[in-house]
Design a protein around this ligand. Sequence first.
Ligand code: BES
Ligand code: MN
Ligand code: ZN
Length: 469
Amino acid sequence: MFPIRLTAHLDDERTMVVPIATSRSLSHVEGEVAAETAALAEGIGPAEVRLLPRPLRRPEKVVLVGVGSGAGGWRAAGAAVSRAVAGDEPLCITLGDLPADAVRDLAEGLWLGGYRYRDAREEPRTAGVDLQINAIRPYAESLARAEVTARATWLARDLTNAPSSLKNPDWLAEEIVGVSAKRAGVTVRVRGGAELERFGGLRAVGGGSVHRPCLVSLTWQPSTARRHVALVGKGITFDSGGISIKTRPGMKIMKIDMAGAAAAAAATLAAADLDLPVRVTAVLPLAENAIGADAYRPGDVITHYDGSTSESTNSDAEGRLVLADALGYCVAELDPDVIIDLATLTGSQTVALGTRTAALFSHDDELAKALAEAGRRAGEQMWRLPLPDDYREYLRSDIADRHSSPALGAGAVVAALYLRDFLGEKADRWAHIDMAAPAWADDSEMELTKGATGWGVRTLVRYLESLSA
Ligand code: BES
Ligand code: MN
Ligand code: ZN
């Protein structure tokens, strides 16, 4: 990630960037630039960029960016600057006196909008970026938090954008082990083979692939921890649908089906980087849902970690089966205060809420409120959907404790009710986030870059921060 330096002095050798927020004075811009800027700023819209060339004068170039007055304005403005200027052009963004949150949003936008996917073969993607923020207040804390948040989001995007020709369960586990190394207080364990005996859902889903499934548990455990949050992330490294094979368009982006696991892992590492006084355990069931001689079949009955059984008649409803084991494991072995699972779980979620909004399910009003508020501040939207008790009967099976994919229509709701079965007494301290829609962006827009969005990292980081406040 490229560095952003704070500076007390405007460097007029650099291109000067002036954010224009509605009803905010430009008193921090001095000299003849001030009048030229004010004239050009007239009517500028949010995230709009305007250029003021000043040949033979200093600064030689001024870039104006609209902030507007709405939520997310500073983040979108930061992203717009990242896109508008050449990577090697030295910039000095002049801010004056701003709330700390605005500076954090602006910096997150700069870094998130400046993201490009690269794999190991490419050159470092950010060489040459040279950026200063000129401000009169000490914003080091805002900048540090923005950097940790953006770095974690970049990590989640990198892992999710990685093609499945590279990304199998072992590869993903190794990547997570790699980034966790040398971080004090962070431990990681990878279970595979016979250690997965009790994880019947994970073994069934992963059975069709030559790449064997595994379970990653990643822990941040500071001595100062007062609470323990478990983050469970769906980690399907490719979802072909299995024997209940997907259609061609339905399969196209299914390398993203581990975006929940990526977000959970990245947020856990961010908690460590910020030294947050909360214990976080990410539990990540990783598998490839492939078609093979040992693939699980429609009609199979699966025994989960908690000993209960599921009848599966559609091998494309694989996410809930691996999550069932992971949730059962969390409840039985970790006894956390809060359990949050994140999953690209259903196509139904995208039908219900469109491209940018995730679905949030919880019986716990306080937790739902805290997550929604964290999302609002982070710039990630969620909308709460119900967990109607009287729909539980649709999950009934004649041959198992439940059916994994009844045809009720409300697919996202049914999937959430299915998961709830594995929470036992923790059902009241649990939230499920179906992020099928916002995990991917068809085009670059605002702080999102085309491809994997890293959705959820920012919300989780803000949520974990709120627990430490
Ligand atoms: N990974 C998919 C859900 C998905 C769809 C994620 C689109 C991202 C974008 C999931 O495993 C799936 O296939 N769900 C099925 C469930 C059904 C078979 C009960 C679905 O939603 O169609
Ligand atoms: Mn599927
Ligand atoms: Zn899936």
